[in-house]
Design a protein around this ligand. Structure first.
Ligand SMILES: [Zn+2]
Length: 456
């Protein structure tokens, strides 16, 4: 197919210019070359997108010479598929840009060909997952990687975002962080392995970590561009080795929105088992259900994700870890470095969360409706914690649960913390909710059900 077949007469070619792609001088530029080759970037096929809204000026925006047009066409139809992978759980073009001297480029192409042959011979398990791994094996002076999220159909269309110039050395660093995070042995680390929660170079776990349960009710928010953009920002910070900065707030906002979705589900069904126990639901394995674990599983994965972002120096946790060592032995491992519990306020929220988790468990055992409304749809801050503490204790007294030695020990711990903090607990809504729920999701490990003396 020649260039003339897809350049409409309406947008005139421009004679004797310099091609922006290959640099050839005194060549004719064809304004529809990019679209004709099957790339619909920034609506190149719409007249309104042309510079000055003038069809005659179309070549200025997207004009290419005949040779480049043909190469681009061939690339799209015969090569592009080799470079389409999945990043952050969404289809993306993972494209190495060769830099450096000719011999380095030649070496890359030889290795690449061997890699592609390996894919065709079935030696590479998952091409989508391993594209970035291949790039990571290169040298910084040889190649940088570009990522572009778009729809890959007849045309490459609907570009959603991109990340440019990722260095192989940074990918290597991330491989190390992935390995460390997958093997994290903290008390808060996930106990149950979930495929979708594992760290890999393309961070496919982002899909599940920010996925809200709730079916049709949340379809829109799961597919929102805002959520996608946040995942892109996280990837960009990770791939470039930069701090998340102003995007940090959005990370917490989306985490809490996801928590809310889980709680809404629990309130709808009245079942709190998933809040208290790790576990995986029926695996549908479909794109519709990128997360199969329970809320407790999810929250442990979030805790590990935050640890990962800290290790990768993208979202530092702060240096104040282990500011408080609980008296209660069973609590101690949860306060070790990596938990993010870096203030007495957070320690109180977490410990109260454990007590709250115990209450939910007792209520489930007694088949009474769980006290989920006490979370005020997550409109809670540190100031609300003393009141919540009183409410939880009143209920536990009614149930006779305070006879449980573990519960008594936990209450003593809270008393100790409360005495040091006073009634005015100054803690923002995000950490209050996060640490409270983190505590509740591990409650059964600290206070297992059916202990001696428990009447529930
Ligand atoms: Zn050219």
């Amino acid at each position: 197919m020649g260039v003339c077949d897809y350049v409409p007469d309406k947008a005139p070619k421009h004679e004797a210019a310099t091609c922006p792609l290959c640099g050839s001088t005194h060549v004719a530029l064809y304004p529809n070359a990019v679209k004709g080759a099957g790339f619909n970037f920034s609506n190149v096929n719409r007249a309104g997108a042309f510079p000055g809204m003038d069809l005659a000026g179309a070549w200025k925006g997207f004009g290419l010479c005949v040779d480049c047009s043909d190469s681009l066409y061939v690339f799209h139809h015969h090569v592009l598929n080799q470079f389409v992978g999945s990043v952050a759980g969404e289809k993306a073009l993972v494209f190495p840009s060769l830099v450096g001297p000719e011999e380095a480029k030649a070496r890359f192409l030889t290795d690449w060909k061997a890699y592609v042959d390996g894919v065709q011979a079935g030696q590479v398990k998952s091409r989508e997952a391993e594209l970035l791994e291949f790039c990571a094996t290169r040298e910084d002076a040889q190649v940088v990687t570009q990522i572009l999220w778009a729809k890959f159909g007849q045309d490459v269309d609907d570009v959603r975002g991109c990340i440019t110039d990722i260095l192989p050395s940074r990918l290597q660093e991330l491989i190390g962080h992935n390995k460390a995070a997958n093997g994290w042995s903290h008390a808060l680390a996930p106990r149950q392995h979930l495929d979708e929660g594992e760290f890999d170079l393309s961070l496919s776990c982002l899909r599940g970590l920010f996925f809200r349960p709730g079916g049709k009710r949340v379809t829109k928010s799961n597919a929102s561009q805002r959520l996608f953009e946040l995942k892109r920002q996280i990837m960009e910070a990770l791939y470039h080795g930069q701090q998340l900065g102003t995007a940090t707030e959005a990370v917490w906002k989306e985490v809490l929105a996801t928590v809310e979705a889980y709680l809404a589900e629990a309130m709808k069904t009245g079942k709190t088992g998933g809040l208290l126990r790790e576990g995986a639901g029926a695996k549908s394995g479909s794109a519709k259900k990128p997360w199969t674990g329970t809320f407790a599983s999810w929250l442990r994965h979030v805790a590990r994700f935050l640890y990962y972002l800290d290790c990768a120096e993208v979202l530092p946790m702060g240096e104040n870890d282990s500011i408080y060592t609980p008296r209660m032995e069973k609590l101690r491992p949860y306060f070790e470095k990596g938990s993010g519990i870096d203030s007495l306020e957070k320690a109180f929220a977490f410990t109260l969360g454990v007590l709250y988790g115990k209450l939910l468990q007792v209520q489930a055992a007694r088949r009474v409706s769980p006290a989920l409304t006490w979370l005020k749809r997550l409109n809670l801050s540190g100031r609300d914690l003393p009141e919540l503490y009183v409410k939880i204790r009143e209920k536990l007294l009614t149930y006779g649960t305070e006879a449980n030695e573990g519960v008594r020990e936990l209450i003593r711990e809270l008393g100790e913390l409360g005495a040091r903090l006073g009634d005015n607990i100054s803690l923002g809504s995000v950490p209050t909710c996060y640490f409270l729920l983190l505590g509740q999701s591990v409650a059964l490990e600290i206070l297992p059900s059916k202990e001696k003396g428990e009447t529930a």
